[in-house]
Design a binder for this molecule. Structure first.
Ligand code: NAD
Length: 284
């Protein structure tokens, strides 16, 4: 499917990154958010990112202007009516996403596809909320979207081969490397990553090594670009805890139990970079 214009729901961190990535590759985007200020921030974020690329000679000024010209913003879902594909990247909230999927289902042409960028909500469940479950799929981009090469393509139980193939081809057209995974809590990357971060908190709380040495060990011994504790501070300790809570609830397996130290730090409001303190302290 050669997509000329697609819809993006949500203009936040992920939504505007997805919109930018599509626009740079020549695809028109209708970016919809319920919050006009979020749309303005999203557009400004795209413009600032593209300006940086121009300053580094990675993009011409004409290409930047053309990409910006491909992004249209709206607060009304009706603006999406002609889109063959909408990528949903709204706030991570199951009730909200189910409602958005139903709204899109009622609005879009029967052949249109709906992809969700959710990190933790079941694609099978989202698909079941629509009259087109075979045309619903997960398209899990990584942050920052314009930089990160991976897209996890998540097949719900009902997702058709045609839907999978179209979205897989789109990810490649965007210059990304798609990997196809079955629907399950955390999909693949976060299923492995977040328990590893949780284990790093156990190692820290058992006093086996300092935070700096745990991170150095994983950087130098496993060739990770960043240690697990420093990464937890970037992701947000509250986000890591919430993900572990989902695993322990959904798999009913104690191997996913959150580390008590992680819980303590979240209770203290030490959430990582965003709060100025997590495992490490940050300068504000
Ligand atoms: P965000 O809070 O930065 O942005 C969410 C946006 O959705 C906000 O601008 C909000 O106004 C908008 N929104 C809320 N309700 C809406 C509605 N009904 N219709 C349209 N827009 C609505 O969130 P984010 O970090 O961009 O995350 C978006 C999605 O991407 C979530 O599902 C999240 O799990 C997933 N995700 C996030 C990351 C990450 O690192 N931030 C990585 C991968 C996936």
């Amino acid at each position: 499917m050669g997509i000329q214009t697609l819809g993006v729901i949500g203009a936040g961190t992920m939504g505007h990154g997805i919109a930018q990535t599509c626009a740079v590759k020549g695809i028109g985007v209708v970016m919809v958010d319920v919050n006009d200020a979020a749309l303005q921030r999203g557009l400004a974020g795209i413009a600032a990112n593209l300006d940086r690329l121009v300053n580094k000679d990675k993009l011409t000024a004409q290409a930047r202007d053309a990409a910006l010209g491909r992004v249209r913003t709206a607060t009304a879902y009706a603006e999406l009516a002609g889109c063959p594909l909408v990528i949903e990247a709204a706030t991570e909230n199951p009730a909200l996403k189910l409602k958005i999927l139903q709204q899109l289902d009622a609005l879009l042409p029967p052949a249109a596809l709906i992809a969700s960028n959710t990190s933790s909500i079941s694609i099978t469940q989202l698909a079941a909320a629509t009259q087109r479950p075979d045309r619903v799929i997960g398209m899990h981009f990584f942050n920052p979207v314009p930089v990160m090469a991976l897209v996890e393509i998540i097949r719900g139980l009902q997702t058709s081969d045609a839907t999978h193939d179209a979205v897989h081809a789109l990810a490649q057209a965007l210059g990304k490397t798609p990997v196809t995974v079955k629907n399950a809590p955390g999909f693949v990357v976060n299923r492995i990553l977040v328990p590893m971060i949780n284990e790093a908190f156990f190692v820290l709380s058992e006093g086996l090594a300092s935070a700096e040495d745990i991170d150095a060990g994983m950087r130098l011994g496993c060739n990770h670009p960043i240690g697990p504790l420093a990464l937890a501070d970037m992701v947000g300790l509250d986000v890591c805890l919430a993900v572990m809570e989902v695993y322990v609830a959904q798999f009913a397996d104690s191997k996913y139990r959150p580390c008590p130290l992680l819980r303590e730090m979240v209770a203290a409001g030490w959430l990582g970079r965003k709060s100025g303190r997590g495992v490490y302290r940050y300068g504000h």
